[in-house]
Ligand binder design. Structure first.
Ligand SMILES: Cc1cc2nc3c(=O)[nH]c(=O)nc-3n(C[C@H](O)[C@H](O)[C@H](O)COP(=O)(O)OP(=O)(O)OC[C@H]3O[C@@H](n4cnc5c(N)ncnc54)[C@H](O)[C@@H]3O)c2cc1C
Length: 456
């Protein structure tokens, strides 16, 4: 049996960052990644979700300098984003959060990003094994004299690996995380009460399509809100390389169309007998937004992604959980519910939580992990969870109200009393609602399962 200090389940950005930092701080670190084939990668690699946008301040949250990011992973510099409601649009050129990255952000090649993290981890001395999945983990809390506890991991090829620390980085599917954490929850409680992939996740679908020159905006992100039903359900366009854009959408899993008034939503039709599939939604969006073009003017680019230019993934869309660090376990990235469907953002959270877990495991002080990620990412979680809560039941008219008010209120990214006065009662209501909701999530109130609830 192979023995390592830190074993990591899953080799996405979270797991690879954990391996990188664990190795850099002197631990033996092994990543086990089940491996997924892609049209744009000539070997098996992690399940890179290929819709990748990075905002300026996320670079700081990942604890990178802007110069650390290799040029070859950046596809486009971004200047701003448009949030388009049924009749109001909010345009922003500034995230309004201090950042060392000079532009609004960048769109990047996610498979190359993941491959770069892997190279860094391997250069630091970590081992990255791809092609077999972890099928079971057994934890022995009694340790073996030199190790505080041991985890025995079984691979699909029958091999076993033993480690002192376990980093769970298996993404929002939580193929291993669920069983591992359940053993520490009392009675019949299960981690799926909090992080059931059917309810805690959204589904994201995207297509790579060429876009006619005169409507392609290569430096802007575009989001349409109030067009399709469901909590945080929206289509988007991310610029990619050349004239190619990734056109996709995010929506909750398992919606029932009869819960919605079809006439209220621009992308539904009266005769829909179910929620449209991702591809259908995208065709409807393009027809609606660019009526002077036919769908054939946006040809699918088939040599990208995972399935003829299209990709479907789950995305974690919930509040994060703490880890049972007393058992030598850290849950990181998407597995901990630490990403947000609200703005698709998660790579920054994945990288930072991974880095922290890897470093603290290597230094034998994993018990500091929960407070460390809250210190590093608490403001980001508070913002995301607050926004998702505030807009939870928004319909098309609410989005128009919000975008119209925010457009007047934000004054190019700055809250000021002057702008509040100018936007009148509507702006006051918006700021008050946001702040009062935020108060409920402050100081770690966004955590949905605390370490104290585990029996370790
Ligand atoms: C369509 C879409 C668009 C997105 N856009 C953005 C964006 O623009 N910007 C952004 O920051 N974030 C974005 N995200 C979110 C981002 O992709 C996630 O936050 C990020 O991938 C989480 O990283 P992770 O390492 O935690 O998990 P993942 O990237 O999901 O990696 C988990 C890995 O674990 C492996 N694995 C799972 N089970 C096992 C097992 N049993 N044994 C071995 N290996 C296993 C999987 O193969 C996978 O490679 C997007 C997500 C989606 C779905």
């Amino acid at each position: 049996m192979e023995r390592v200090d830190v074993a990591i389940v899953g080799g996405g950005p979270a797991g690879t960052s954990a391996a990188w930092k664990a190795a850099e701080h002197g631990a033996s670190a092994l990543v086990i990644e089940k491996g997924v084939p892609r049209a744009d990668r000539d070997h098996l690699g992690p399940d890179s979700t290929d819709a990748a946008g990075m905002l300026d301040y996320w670079v700081d949250l990942m604890d990178f300098d802007p110069e650390d990011i290799p040029e070859e992973i950046i596809l486009r510099r971004l200047d701003g984003a448009d949030f388009i409601g049924p009749s109001e649009t909010l345009t922003i050129e500034d995230t309004s959060i201090d950042a060392s990255y000079p532009d609004f952000g960048f769109a990047f090649h996610r498979a190359r990003f993941d491959d770069w993290l892997r190279e860094e981890a391997e250069a630091a001395g970590a081992t990255y094994r791809v092609g077999d999945s972890i099928t079971a983990v057994e934890t022995d809390r009694s340790g073996d004299g030199t190790r505080a506890q041991t985890h025995q991991l079984t691979l699909s090829n029958g091999d076993t690996v033993e480690s002192e620390y376990l980093v769970l980085a298996d993404g929002p599917q939580r193929t291993v995380t669920t069983d591992v954490l359940d053993q520490f929850l009392p009675g019949s409680r299960s981690i799926t009460d909090h992080l059931n992939p059917r309810t805690a996740n959204h589904i994201a679908y995207q297509e790579h399509r060429r876009v006619p020159d005169d409507i392609y905006e290569p430096h802007r992100l575009k989001f349409w809100w109030g067009y399709m039903p469901g909590h945080t359900a929206y289509p988007w366009v991310f610029p990619n390389d050349g004239d190619v854009a990734r056109i996709g959408l995010t929506m909750p899993i398992g919606l029932d169309i009869d819960d919605f008034d079809r006439s209220e939503w621009a992308l539904l039709r009266e005769d829909d007998d179910g929620i449209p599939r991702g591809g259908e939604y995208i065709e409807r969006l393009l027809e609606l937004v660019y009526p002077e073009y036919d769908i054939e003017d946006f040809p699918l680019v088939e040599d990208r992604g995972k399935q003829g230019g299209t990709e479907t993934y789950p995305i974690s869309s919930t509040q994060p959980i703490e880890s049972p660090t007393a058992a030598g376990i850290a849950v990181v990235g998407g597995a901990m519910g630490g990403t947000s469907a609200f703005h698709e953002g998660g790579d920054h959270v994945a990288v930072r939580t991974g880095k922290l877990a890897g470093e603290l495991a290597a230094k034998d002080c994993l018990e500091r992990y929960n407070s460390a990620w809250k210190d590093a990412l608490g403001d980001e979680f508070t913002r995301n969870v607050t926004m998702a809560d505030v807009v939870h039941d928004y319909g098309p008219d609410d989005w128009d109200w919000a975008f119209g008010t925010a457009e007047r209120l934000l004054n190019r990214g700055e809250y000021s009393w002057w702008s509040i006065l100018r936007s009148g009662l509507s702006g006051y209501r918006m700021v008050r609602l946001y702040n009062s909701t935020k108060d409920t999530f402050r100081d770690g109130g966004y955590v949905q399962l605390a370490e104290s609830e585990y029996e370790t």
